[in-house]
Design a protein around this ligand. Structure first.
Ligand SMILES: Cc1cc2nc3c(=O)[nH]c(=O)nc-3n(C[C@H](O)[C@H](O)[C@H](O)COP(=O)(O)OP(=O)(O)OC[C@H]3O[C@@H](n4cnc5c(N)ncnc54)[C@H](O)[C@@H]3O)c2cc1C
Length: 474
């Protein structure tokens, strides 16, 4: 027998996006039903951002011991206890989990149903034996690791982001299919925790970012002993004793690359199976649910957000989407997404951060642009920290309007943040060049890059003539 209930908003999926909608809407007085088919907190908490950044923190601690000699302190090969690293990672998840828990959301007044949801009509969702009729429905079902159609892959055990953090023993040699942000972060983390690592990619590693900056990360990864095989063909995968072998073709030559374990990090697939989107007239393709700028699906009473909507797959985007939906649904405002000042960070060392347009995009859009650079090697704090690899690269129009910023270097994820506001507000470079920045800080790279916009004018013959003339006046 089915249990029929009604709600103002039914949210399917209790991850980064869905939880933000549910918490916001219920605190504003809406009746909210949240349907979650697995773990509250979704990918970010359980299999994504939180465990990966926790593992990276452990890996960086190991690296600090290994590289302490740059400060005159004896370096040593750290004794990594992988089980304890596992416990640390899961301890962090456990510390954050109460914030995303059923108890917390029920305390906020949300009715949580721990079942998988599917559409049974344009405004009706079934979850277990409950059918929810809602004025508005939000699909926030996230994504999972895509598994490329490589012959033999289904015949070997392989890890994905859902299983890699469960390991209590270090893989001796981890083969990683995919050198994007997830593959690169996890490769460097495992390398620093003492594993041999080989990245296999059909394209260039980190190829969504500016190649001038990704090269800095790539060089560091190579220096740390990660083997990078990029722009190769992956022909097949097979068992190799207790391990695994990947057969590749590199520049026409066939090779067999062997390792103990295989991690697949080759893109993401939206979680749409079993949702019966057709029952609600919702269109989708392999990238995700089709949405307009207000995040409405082809059924205007249903919104799709986060990874399921297939745009930029980040937790902060899912959270941003949640805010757009709340404004549309609760305040009836026609709020639309605007990605012009969207930042993202890859948490390798050095970190790689970006906001706005890349150089290539800016050239296509604005034609005449200025590229401003400042290297960390010329930053006194970076010298003191002996962490001088990387640069800030800022893109402006010819008139100095800031349109993009990319930073590769220490703490780039923090250093990119002051660039978000000027790009969003279409400010000119003088606003950053004129700031007083505390000395010695890494943030000075941004001010120095900004200041370089004026270098050609300041040191021109015309300026010199004016200065000479004014000096003569006394
Ligand atoms: C290894 C890794 C590292 C990452 N690191 C970062 C990072 O550092 N920074 C960053 O911004 N992003 C990062 N991401 C991306 C980030 O995790 C996602 O973009 C984010 O979780 C998307 O939020 P979401 O709400 O769309 O989906 P999720 O948070 O995944 O939530 C979807 C939820 O829906 C549930 N669900 C699915 N189908 C159904 C159904 N039919 N019925 C009911 N429930 C359902 C799922 O169980 C899940 O709980 C990382 C991802 C990975 C894999």
């Amino acid at each position: 027998m089915t249990n029929e209930i009604t709600a103002n908003i039914c949210v399917i999926g209790g991850g980064s996006g869905g939880l933000s909608v549910a918490a916001g809407a219920s605190q504003m007085g809406a009746e909210v039903v949240l349907v979650e088919g697995a773990k509250m907190g979704g990918d970010c908490l359980n299999y994504g951002c939180v465990p990966s950044k926790s593992m990276i923190a452990a890996a960086n601690a190991a690296h600090a011991i290994r590289s302490a000699d740059r400060f005159g302190i004896d370096a040593a090969e750290p004794n990594v206890d992988f089980r304890k690293v596992h416990d640390h990672v899961h301890g962090v998840i456990g510390a954050i989990a109460p914030h995303d828990s059923v108890e917390r959301f029920e305390g906020l007044g949300v009715r949580v149903i721990q079942e998988k949801g599917k559409f049974v009509g344009p405004n009706r969702v079934q979850a277990g034996d409950t059918v929810i009729t809602a004025k508005r429905i939000v699909v926030s079902t996230g994504s999972h690791a895509g598994v490329p159609p490589i012959p033999g892959l289904d015949s070997v055990p392989y890890l994905t982001n859902e299983t890699v953090f469960d390991r209590t023993e270090a893989p001796a040699h981890l083969l990683v299919i995919g050198g994007g942000p997830i593959g690169s972060e996890l490769s460097q983390a495992h390398r620093r925790l003492g594993c041999d690592v080989t990245i296999l990619d059909i394209a260039k590693t980190l190829n969504n970012d500016d190649p001038e900056l990704t090269e800095v990360v790539r060089t560091r990864m190579l220096k740390e002993g990660i083997v990078i095989r990029e722009e190769i063909e992956i022909l097949s995968v097979e068992k190799d004793g207790a391990g695994v072998a990947v057969n590749i073709r590199d520049n026409g030559k066939e090779e067999r690359v062997t390792g103990s374990d295989l991690l697949v990090a080759a893109g993401r697939v939206p979680n749409l199976d079993g949702l019966d989107l057709e029952a609600a007239g919702i269109e989708y393709d392999r990238r995700g649910i089709k949405v307009d700028a207000r995040l409405r699906t082809t059924n205007k009473k249903v919104f799709a957000i986060g990874d399921a909507a297939g745009s930029f797959q980040f937790t902060h985007v899912a959270g941003y989407h949640a805010g757009i939906v709340i404004r549309n649904v609760l305040f009836r405002l026609p709020a639309k997404v605007d990605y012009s000042a969207l930042p993202w960070v890859t948490y390798t060392d050095p970190e790689l951060a970006h906001v706005g347009l890349t150089e290539k995009q800016a050239r296509e859009k604005h034609g005449d642009i200025r590229i401003l650079r400042h290297p960390f090697a010329e930053n006194d704090r970076a010298q003191a920290e002996r962490d001088t690899e990387g640069l800030a690269k800022i893109v402006t129009t010819a008139k100095g309007v800031i349109v993009g910023a990319s930073i590769v270097g220490p703490h780039a994820g923090e250093l990119i943040q002051p660039w978000i506001l000027p790009i969003q507000k279409k400010m000119k470079i003088g606003a950053v060049a004129g700031l007083i920045i505390p000395y010695p800080t890494l943030g000075e790279v941004s001010k120095r890059a900004a200041g370089s916009f004026y270098t050609p004018k300041l040191f021109s013959e015309k300026t010199k003539k004016i200065v000479r003339f004014l000096s003569k006046l006394g």
